[in-house]
Design a protein around this ligand. Sequence first.
Ligand SMILES: Cc1ncc(COP(=O)(O)O)c(C=O)c1O
Length: 396
Amino acid sequence: MSAPTPRPAETSARLSHKAAQFTESVIREMTRLAMKYNAVNLSQGFPDFAAPEEIKEAARMAISADINQYAITWGAKNFRNAIAEKFARVQGIEIDPEREITVCCGSTEAMMSSMMAIINPGDEVVVFEPFYENYGPDAILSGATPRFVKLQPPDWTFDPQELAAAFGPATKAIILNTPNNPTGKVFTRAEIETIRDLCVRWNAYAITDEIYEHMVYDGAEHISPATIEGLHDRTITINALSKTYSVTGWRVGWAIAPPEVTNAIRKVHDFLTVGAAAPLQEAGAIALRFPEIYYKQLAEDYLVRRDHLLTILDNAGFRCFRPRGAYYIMTDISAFNFPNDVEFAKYLVKEIGVAAVPGSSFYNDPKDGSQHLRFTFCKTQKTLNAAAERLEKLRP
Ligand SMILES: Cc1ncc(COP(=O)(O)O)c(C=O)c1O
């Protein structure tokens, strides 16, 4: 018998094949480039304005009161109760905070834990594209094969036949992000019902990322898929404090799912991260109980920022797809005659001083996004004005 041979010396043989299948986040890279070139950062979706004073004070008080040790792994009771109360208040759905909620480190972990809780080898996941860039690596890391379905500009509708063709016996879930990043699309009731029919037919889950639920404009209404008849028992609703309360750095999110799914999510979550920051969950419980006026004001403030950035981009020669939700504007850059989005984004950050995200990072095939660039408007008027000034140098 020959002696066993050691692993080959090349690094690639010693690293995970999964990790080799995706690159580092383009969005986060653009933020680093923005810092390097001192550019106005309209790439990554984090507010550059203050979080509400009440929740900052609540976090300080929780730390002073020594809520500094591990919370219950699936979430502090007070926080889970607040999540359930808000879901009932806003969506009219009663959920059991003891059996149907898992608090995670941001919606990012909630998505990853949910996928790892339901995916088996050979499973497929339907993903609308353009998609929030995390969903690709989420699929790879959990072992799912993504099946992409196009949202078609200018209004980002999908072809029901194309969607139906993406479902089949191997479909374990569909990932739905509404209001949508990067397009600003808000899925309609009729669209969600089409999705529901396919989920029921193929016995698939709907994993819905609703992190922008309170940012809707022009009369658009956010419909939480769990409220649609027939979807409730097969929906995993993902959300977080990050965007609604302008605390993306807190890393507190959650997954709402039927009890047997929650059991599996809780186990994955426990061994991935043990739990989200205990004092910040206490502060989150206060945030989730903010009165209605807070959410109304939030949407109104974002509407002003959206219209401001639409005007700026329009004046600079971009063709804008007017978003009805979330806080991004997807643009068409063909008027600038650049070979592709990445070259244009690099030119913009280095020479003009404005950072945006290349459209290709939202598509499986980079060619599909090569004439798009995404800008965010979760910024102060001052930041947007600074971007406007710099963009004056840019002419198609
Ligand atoms: C659609 C979507 N989901 C999730 C996230 C990340 O959320 P969190 O900070 O709660 O992990 C983002 C952040 O940009 C997002 O756009």
